[in-house]
Design a binder for this molecule. Structure first.
Ligand SMILES: [Fe+2]
Length: 294
């Protein structure tokens, strides 16, 4: 089976595009790499874009992009998707830096964009704003977590890293503990989008910078049990939740366990089902506010 190797970008529909783009550039520290009539492209790394903002009636995440490997065959990947009875589309030059794009919908209606990265943008890291390393993961509320989890594993080649009881799955497509996570709550919608920072010091700088710019934390800083990442959540102007994180568990795929860390309780730390316990959410103790679930 051909597996996607990396989360590349996420596309959002936003009522006030200018305000959200200002937040992404001035506060998060992403770079505008392209503007079209109805889309703004923003990047954090070698990719041309990590975030795409389009005008829409309500704030939502509509698309998620994934890269396959340089040796992988997109035609063969398309056949693999169609083998599951899923309708696919193919587009030539649909977005800057992407010459050949395969799209199809996941079970909740989010469009999957799968492609091969052939050209690197290579913009510099800016010197103002938080400036994350990269887009880390996108989390969704879902109505049927088992069904959607199975789709990501069977169709896109994700692996299960951890579960919280039977309602919250954490899925990886590379060494990072999770790039997609799915929480069953009774609706299908965006939960949060997470950007990776360097370390604890960077997270502190980020929290101060957010505060100086009028953004209060919804939850954190803390350390998750599942994934063991340091985290702090805030709400972007459009209402979508952003997580900044560092020190996420990294999988050694050949050995089947996560790189050992002093804060692990299991040695080695392997993928497992965690009990629905406060420690799974935050090893440091403070539970999320109701705001996190709005
Ligand atoms: Fe997260």
């Amino acid at each position: 089976m051909i597996r996607v190797k990396k989360i590349a970008h996420a596309t959002y529909e936003i009522p006030d595009v200018d305000k959200q783009v200002e937040y992404y550039t001035e506060v998060l520290g992403l770079t505008v790499t392209g503007k079209e009539k109805d889309a703004v492209y923003l990047a954090s790394t070698v990719d041309h874009h990590s975030v795409v903002v389009r005008k829409g009636a309500q704030a939502q995440c509509t698309r998620v992009g994934f890269q396959i490997g340089p040796e992988d065959d997109l035609n063969a990947f398309e056949k693999q998707v169609q083998g599951h009875g899923i309708k696919t589309q193919r587009k030539k030059d649909p977005e800057p830096s992407i010459s050949d794009l395969l799209t199809f919908e996941d079970p909740k209606g989010t469009v999957m964009e799968v492609f091969k990265r052939e050209a690197f943008a290579g913009q510099r890291f800016p010197n103002k704003g938080i400036v994350p390393y990269k887009l880390g993961h996108v989390a969704f509320h879902v109505t049927d977590v088992k069904h959607v989890t199975k789709f990501y594993c069977d169709v896109l080649g994700f692996r299960e890293s951890d579960w919280m009881a039977d309602f919250f799955s954490f899925l990886r497509c590379g060494p990072d503990h999770h790039t997609i996570n799915l929480m069953q709550t009774g609706s299908n919608r965006h939960f949060h989008t997470a950007f990776e920072l360097r370390d604890w010091a960077h997270l502190q700088t980020a929290c101060d910078y957010l505060s100086l710019n009028g953004y209060k934390l919804l939850w954190g800083p803390g350390r998750h049990g599942i994934g063991h990442n340091l985290f702090a959540y805030h709400r972007s102007p459009a209402g979508l939740i952003t997580e900044t994180f560092a020190e996420l568990d990294r999988m050694n795929e050949e050995l089947g366990y996560f790189e050992p860390r002093p804060w692990h309780r299991d040695n080695p730390q392997r993928p497992k089902v965690w009990a629905k316990d406060p420690s799974a959410s935050n090893l440091w103790g403070i539970m999320p506010t109701d705001e996190m679930h709005k």
